[in-house]
Design a protein around this ligand. Structure first.
Ligand code: PMP
Length: 461
């Protein structure tokens, strides 16, 4: 789009104007200094699509994003000072609520000791120990910078260990923006309606086999690894059917392939020990991200000692990262995991159940067909009068236009959901009963508004 001429005079990030407007140009939030539209137009002029992660775009829900100035507890405020109850929670990276005092204190203390050294630190050892302690399959843990780096490293490690090339993934699972795993995907790729993505050479996915979720594929000796979201959370939220995860374990064992659980979302969110504890299936490798960084950039691969010791410098599979095991991210992660005692998961699950029930009842009362499948602390929305999905084909039957209508109506009522029909809805410990009551009031107004919009929409197809 063409950027309005006024953007050249937006004061935020302007060394002269910011202090006068009460904003520090160095830590610019733009608060109160620009409208969302003007701020986003300026973003579009500087950043492709105005977003640094494609899933933040409003492409599939219409309208333009709110531009966040700050957040606290269950709330985010945009640059216009509009407050939203946040059900995005950084797509699951935030679990205690925004700007939790334990986390901000840990980050501040760590920052004053320096932000990165390029040498080992006690804190990264401690975080690896905490992960290993709560997730027994992770006898060794390597820290890195993102979930994407974790899945790409796990795949490289599995190939290096087995000497095989083939990787099996599942339709509707998403493992980040890594070439070998972008043969097909959920979440952003599903939202954008892309079959995969341009820019991935055929060779990069030639050894990636994508099969239906919740059905155990028959493997052969060419398979290095099966990588799976043990609870799928990038096609809405879809639970594994009985026998799926242990069936994968048995089939991997039969052909000597490694089983990788991608617990970037489920790790330390579903349970103290992640999905593998809830379903009692032990993978060879596990990938983490999100919660273990307390809202700062992080990723990790954990797994069996004999497998993990194939990583360099002990073994031949290379991995390195300038900021890996970063002091701020490990401090934030330790602070987050310090709060996540086992009893907390009961509270999280109760919050998820309550919010899911509220949204379900509001939609039902308004005559807006929708399901809200709950798996422990996670839940999603399936808009439309369709059966509960067990795989991607089922998830794709969701009524995307109805989701968009509900999303926009909720946003207008001050509740922010993710701008994509295939994302999970994240509640955390900051979504206390009074906040949940606010969600209930908002949903009771939003659902009828969305239902009206849906019934007025011309039929598609
Ligand atoms: N795996 C899963 C299951 C994810 O949901 C995501 C991101 N949503 C990733 C991997 C990639 O993580 P990141 O965005 O930190 O690279």
């Amino acid at each position: 789009m063409t950027v309005p001429a006024t953007t050249t005079t937006i004061p935020y990030c302007d060394v002269a104007a910011c202090p006068a407007a009460g904003c520090d140009p160095v830590v610019c939030t733009g608060a109160g200094l620009a409208s969302n539209d003007v701020a986003f137009a300026r973003a579009e002029a500087a950043i492709p699509g105005g977003v640094n992660s494609s899933i933040r775009a409003f492409t599939s829900v219409g309208g333009r994003p709110y531009v966040v100035a700050r957040a606290e507890g269950p709330y985010v405020w945009d640059v216009e000072s509009t407050r939203y109850i946040d059900l995005v929670q950084s797509y699951g990276a935030v679990i205690l609520g925004h700007a939790h005092p334990a986390i901000t204190a840990a980050i501040s203390a760590a920052a004053s000791d320096g932000t990165s050294y390029g040498a080992p630190t006690p804190r990264e050892t401690k975080l690896a120990e905490v992960i290993a302690d709560r997730v027994p399959s992770c006898e060794r843990v390597r820290l890195m910078n993102s979930g994407t780096e974790a899945t790409s490293t796990a795949v490289r490690l599995a190939r290096g260990v087995t000497g095989r090339d083939r990787i099996v993934t599942f339709h509707g699972n998403f493992h980040g923006a890594t070439d070998a795993l972008l043969a097909a995907g959920g979440s952003g790729v599903a939202t954008l309606g892309l079959p995969g993505t341009a820019g991935v050479p055929a060779g990069a996915v030639a050894e990636t086999l994508v099969v239906p979720y919740n059905a155990v594929p028959e493997l052969d000796e060419s398979v290095a690894a099966v990588i799976v979201e043990p609870v799928a959370a990038n096609m809405g939220v879809v639970a594994p059917v009985a026998g799926f995860l242990d069936g994968l374990r048995a089939e991997c064992d039969r052909v000597g392939a490694l089983l990788i659980f991608d617990e970037v979302i489920t790790g330390f969110r579903l349970d103290t020990g992640g999905a593998q504890a809830k379903y009692d299936v032990s993978p060879d490798l596990t990938t983490f991200g999100k919660v273990i960084g307390g809202g700062l950039p992080i990723g990790a691969v954990g797994g069996r000692r004999d497998v993990m010791e194939h990583l360099s410098p002990l073994g031949p599979v290379f991995h390195a990262g300038t900021l890996a095991g970063n002091p701020l991210a490990t401090a934030a992660g330790l602070a987050a995991l310090g709060q996540l005692t086992p009893d907390v998961y009961m509270e999280l699950a109760a919050n998820a159940r309550r919010v899911a029930a509220i949204l379900r009842d509001a939609c039902q009362a308004a005559g807006l067909p929708a399901r809200f499948p709950v798996v422990g602390t996670l839940f999603g929305m399936v808009a439309g009068d369709v059966p509960a999905p067990v795989d991607f084909a089922g998830a794709k039957r969701t009524d995307e236009a109805a989701y968009a209508a509900f999303f926009r109506a909720m946003l207008a009522e001050g509740v922010a959901m993710a701008p994509g029909a295939y994302e999970a809805i994240f509640v955390g410990l900051a979504h206390t009963q009074p906040v949940i009551d606010e969600i209930e009031a908002a949903a009771s107004r939003a659902a009828p508004a969305a239902a009206t919009r849906v019934s007025r929409a011309p039929p598609t197809g």
